[in-house]
Ligand binder design. Sequence first.
Ligand code: BDP
Length: 689
Amino acid sequence: MRAITGIFILFAVALSVRAETGHELWLRKHKADPVKIIASGDSATLQIALHELQQGWQGKAGASVVLTVKPDESIRGDGYKLTTSGVQAKTELGILYGVYDLLRRQQTLQPIQEEVSNPSYERRVLNHWDNLDGSVERGYAGHSIFWRSGTDPLAVTEKDKALWREYARANASIGINGTVLNNVNASPQMLSSEYLSRVKAIADVMRPYGIRVYLSVKFSSPSLLGGLKTSDPLDSQVIQWWKNKVKEIYGLIPDFGGFLVKANSEGQPGPQDYGRTHAHGANMMADVLKPHGGIVMWRAFVYSPGDKDRAAQAYAEFMPLDGQFRDNVIIQVKNGPIDFQPREPFSPLFGGMKKTSVMPELQITQEYLGHSIQLVFLAPMWEECLQSDTYQEGPGSTVARATDGRLFQQKYTAIAGVANIGLDANWCGHHFAQANWYAFGRLAWDNGLTGDRIADEWIRLTFSPNPSEQPNALKTGDWLETFLTPVKDMMLQSREAAVNYMMPLGLHHIFAGGHHYGPGPWYAPKGMRPDWTPPYYHQADASGIGFDRTRGGSNAESQYHEPLASQFNDPATCPEIYLLWFHHLPWTYKMKSGRTLWDELCCHYEKGVLQVRRFQKIWDKVEPYVDAQRFAEVQSKLRRHYRDAQIWKDACLLYFQQFSRLPIPYDIERPVNDLEDLMKIDLKWSHHN
Ligand code: BDP
């Protein structure tokens, strides 16, 4: 009898959870109570704010909300103030942001009190690596929402516009106010008049939501698209070509944001092809954009093969140019000195460049963190970077403060995130990857937020039971204890888990070539650039493992301000999370735990796999609280996640063991795959991804 009742209850709970595809993101529809709105003005942006309140009001039924646009000393930019009667802001966009905050607080049961909220960065921008044929570089969620191939690829349909509107709304709801529509490896066609007409259509949809569009441009566009003999930034015809092009763009899109440029990087053309510097190139574009109010986001992701340590190259190339850039140029710097690895120390350009605006570039798409297969919540990684102390202006000179205008004068402040969005029904490929989009927006708005707080909010918004179906779920504590707490715990551990089973203790870039998903510490095809092969990074040999970036090695540590440089330089004081980033150490090196380096590595790989194993249990246990579709999809992804974590562990331990010649400690689970087989599945990995 008891069993039957149990089944019945489960069934009843399951019935009350409606099927969801995940398309609604963190903006799921809930039954709203009536609300009276008092607002002056009826601009498109205010209309959206009104509509959102009517659709989503969860406060007192029949309450009045006053939306007031008026200056206030405490409000900056598109910031806002929540008051007891409603929302006050300097701009209508500020009102919209305030309304989203109000609704979010209602839905997550956070207190609503008088409070000012100002954005940390003025420009909060997604970077889409979308190609004009609809493919997405490092995209794992289907094709581009902006571009497609096939017949009549440039036709703008109602369906396109509806999707772009949903996208704009989702972004506005978390404070994102800009989007770069195409890949940094840009096609010159992007600037052709045909494509610009589609950009205009996109911009028209985005505008009421406060989202400006930007474009990635190819530096050699004047030659490739304009037919000029050169694209030399100091050539008058080239400058005139850019002037005309920019005028054409602003004629179509008066609030166009500006350009994003990847130049002299990974084979892309740039000013150095004409004997000019990055400053010459960036400033030429900045001068052309300035009269229209546009900016240039110029990327510092540069490195070339040769003797110089890749990790030290961007700093070496850009530091001498500090102070030479126009005030509407922002140097876009990846969080770490190499390339969006599972863990890197922060780039020394943060805080290093003091006379130039610098903006962090984060990668939301999980190129190096499990694509859309693995559940990896990235906010803790970004928090780690933003809160890192650069010491450039004394203790407390965090990356956050060095980039948001608090430490240095910057005319513009900005932050970028490489988007993980595609045509998949749930936008991001993995339901939990939506949390990374969400987290980027929230951190761009407030770079002091913690991963914990963001995960908490996101889970409540994305998975909370519908109040009309289970009115007290959020209040009774049961849902909080049995769903929110374990799921949040899983999210907060997930990035460290990935570091553990992929690249613990400062290891980096040991992926199989090309797809960057599976392990490939052995990957070094004959004739390939050494800096594109993992042995360049791990340096494993009989004497030990790790990249020597100390004073006796590449000396990259010297790019950090004291006391960091000395701290990193000495293995005894170097944080162990960065140990093999800065040091090549013997396999028997004694770690703080008392274990040898080899044993410690084994423990980390083991731990990572066990963590994912635990995530599976956590998820299975919350089944009664999740709609069937999202539950099953996440469950299936976690199975693959676990299998692949196991492969990472086996591949790395068996491969490195060839050099260490030491046994895997006997309290550690034995590998279950053979190295020989793992080294052959490379193709299969790429096929899968
Ligand atoms: C690397 C990606 C490559 C990008 C490059 C970039 O593998 O696809 O084009 O970064 O940021 O991580 O330019």
